[in-house]
Design a protein around this ligand. Structure first.
Ligand code: ADP
Length: 449
């Protein structure tokens, strides 16, 4: 066991704060790193120590591996928690920390690499007994695209091998669209990831996005913590998430959960991870695995009472998981709303100064946010300024509570996505849990004048 006594949090915003809270509860000292734009941020104020690692652009600060390793050396941090985004799925970063004798709180570099390449990830999923979306066996080139697409059957989806955030993804409805879809997907992928490799999948018409949370101890033990339904998306980005999925019954939940946990046992996976599926007509189709903590992890925490960051730190230090599968009790229903500093209809970012801020409270309410009155949102980063997580004994109770809580939440001075959630919580389809991955885009198109 490698005891961890000081963790450097290589992130910012609400996730840096969330990791810091877990460290404090475990009696572990914390180091915040920050860019010059974040000198007054909450994660910096609440950490035991802080180090400025560079100017505002992420590539010069939060993505600057040299500066982060130097900050570990200066402060004597023996471990790094990467949060999500930034360096959380960067295998080279994990290798460099390892070479410096610093514990990376996450999976092995080998597993990050394996799942980071989507073609290899799909092949691995098949080997591990996880059902996948029908598609090309490997990379698709302009010259073989038509043949492969005919085999799969139209419509098809062209996806970037190195993909993320829905970039480099194009639908081809028919043969006429194919050439352009492949070439735009390739150039988008090259621009976003420096890698133009693409592959092809059957395009599913009305799927839900359902993902399974897993945690492994690296020694062949792994558990699942049920699923999250993240079907409400705009431009392939999640907006509202729920646990459990309104579409699954207990048997389906435990079946897919067990398939994932068994796969992670076989891999000897270490750390938290999420196995993402599309779900249509009772079938699950693997799309990717994220080898990190996800933005929406708190809804899983709400229905299980298990702190996922505590588990990550435990397994990174070799202490193993704190619970067995049989001890996990799923209780009630939770919904997360992502509060972005954006126009609630066009999603155009709205940086600026928050003039008033009042977070709601009461039973079953959690707000993860580094925002406060007077906080100036820097224009350089992601527009997520907070997450509202509401828990109830049933989905109905959760929705009623969410409606109450949204009315209480005050964020003035900037535009936020809060008004969108007020609309959604009153919508009949949402109340019925009757939506797929296209529902939100259609709703926005229909209701925006
Ligand atoms: P990324 O890594 O870019 O987020 P994913 O593979 O996770 O890419 O897919 C993101 C989203 O794109 C999914 O949640 C879903 O909405 C849509 N999507 C992905 N694959 C398919 C598919 N085969 N058919 C239909 N929609 C898909």
């Amino acid at each position: 066991m490698t005891a961890i006594s000081k963790i450097l949090i290589a992130n910012r915003g609400e996730i840096a704060l969330r990791v810091l809270r877990a460290c404090k509860e475990l009696g572990i000292a914390t180091v915040a790193v920050h860019s010059t734009a974040d000198a007054n941020a909450m994660h910096v104020r609440l950490a035991d120590e802080s180090v400025c690692i560079g100017p505002p652009p992420s590539r010069d600060s939060y993505l600057n591996i040299h500066q982060i390793v130097a900050a570990c050396e200066i402060t004597g941090a023996d471990a790094v928690h990467p949060g999500y985004g930034f360096l959380s799925e960067n295998a080279k970063f994990a290798d460099i920390l390892d070479a410096h004798g610093i514990t990376f709180i996450g999976p092995t570099a080998e597993h990050i690499r394996l799942m980071g390449d989507k073609i290899t990830a799909k092949k691995t999923a098949v080997e591990l007994g996880i059902p996948v979306v029908p598609g090309s066996a490997g990379e698709v080139l302009p010259e073989n695209a038509l043949e492969i697409a005919r085999e799969i059957g139209f419509p098809v989806l062209i996806k970037a091998t190195a993909g993320g955030g829905g970039r480099g993804m194009k639908v081809a409805k028919s043969e006429e669209d194919l050439e352009e879809a492949v070439s735009t997907a390739r150039s988008e992928a090259l621009a976003a990831f420096g890698n133009d490799a693409v592959y092809m999948e059957k395009y599913l018409g009305k799927p839900r996005h359902i993902e399974v949370q897993i945690v492994g101890d690296g020694a062949g033990n792994a558990i699942h913590l049920g699923e999250r339904d993240c079907s409400l998306q705009r431009r392939h980005q999640k907006v509202w998430e729920e646990a459990n999925s309104p579409a699954l019954n207990v048997e389906q939940r435990m079946n897919i959960g067990q398939i994932c946990a068994d796969a992670m046992k076989k891999m000897k996976y270490r750390g938290a991870g999420t196995i993402e599926f599309l779900y249509e007509n009772g079938e699950f189709y693997f799309i990717e695995m994220n080898t990190r903590l996800q933005v929406e992890h708190p809804i899983t925490e709400a229905i299980t009472g298990i702190d996922l960051v505590h588990e990550q730190i435990r397994v990174a230090s070799g202490a193993g998981l704190s619970v067995t599968q049989d001890e996990i009790v799923f209780s009630g229903h939770a919904i997360e709303c992502r509060i972005n500093a954006e126009d609630p209809r066009t999603f155009v970012p709205s940086p600026g100064t928050i003039t008033h801020f009042h977070a709601p409270g009461g039973l079953g309410v959690r707000v993860d946010s580094g925002a406060y009155a007077g906080y100036k949102i820097p224009p350089y980063y992601d527009s997520l300024i907070g997450k509202l997580i509401v828990h109830g004994r049933t989905r109905v109770e959760c929705m009623m509570r969410l409606r109450r809580v949204l009315d209480e939440f005050v964020v003035d001075g900037i535009k936020t996505t809060l008004p969108l959630f007020q609309d959604l919580v009153s919508n009949q389809d949402i109340a019925n849990g009757d939506y797929d991955i296209h529902w939100l885009e259609k709703y926005l198109a229909e209701t925006s004048a």
